[in-house]
Design a protein around this ligand. Structure first.
Ligand code: FES
Length: 108
């Protein structure tokens, strides 16, 4: 039987701390990668690349709404988590992002 995890609203950063095109890791029980695309919109996925053990929040390249893992160049859509090219074949879990009173939160 699978035991459901409680979703927690986790403070990530102040709105504006993350420049468009940047990402960061939000630590916690489940590490989350928070991205800000070139339009200033926030998205969040699991921090660890589904190919191997690499932190996308700490080190990746954001191109539009795609994150590129620099280790073996897998690409993911940060809106859906979809794996867009080999060697990654498994999607990233995505998480809701909320901006509230100048603070950015992830629900994970
Ligand atoms: S660890 Fe990300 S593509 Fe291999």
């Amino acid at each position: 039987m699978e035991i459901a995890r409680t979703v927690e609203r986790r403070f990530a950063c102040e709105d504006g701390d993350l420049e468009p095109g940047e990402s960061m890791t939000v630590p916690g029980d489940v590490a989350v990668a928070l991205y800000r695309n070139e339009h200033g919109d926030y998205f969040a996925t699991a921090d660890t690349c589904t190919h191997e053990d690499w932190s996308l929040g700490e080190d990746s390249d954001l191109e539009g709404n795609e994150v590129v893992c620099p280790l073996h160049m897998a690409r993911f859509d940060i809106r859906s988590g979809e794996a867009l090219c080999f060697p990654a074949t498994i999607a990233l879990q995505t998480y809701e992002v909320q901006v509230d009173d100048g603070k950015v939160y992830v629900l994970a």
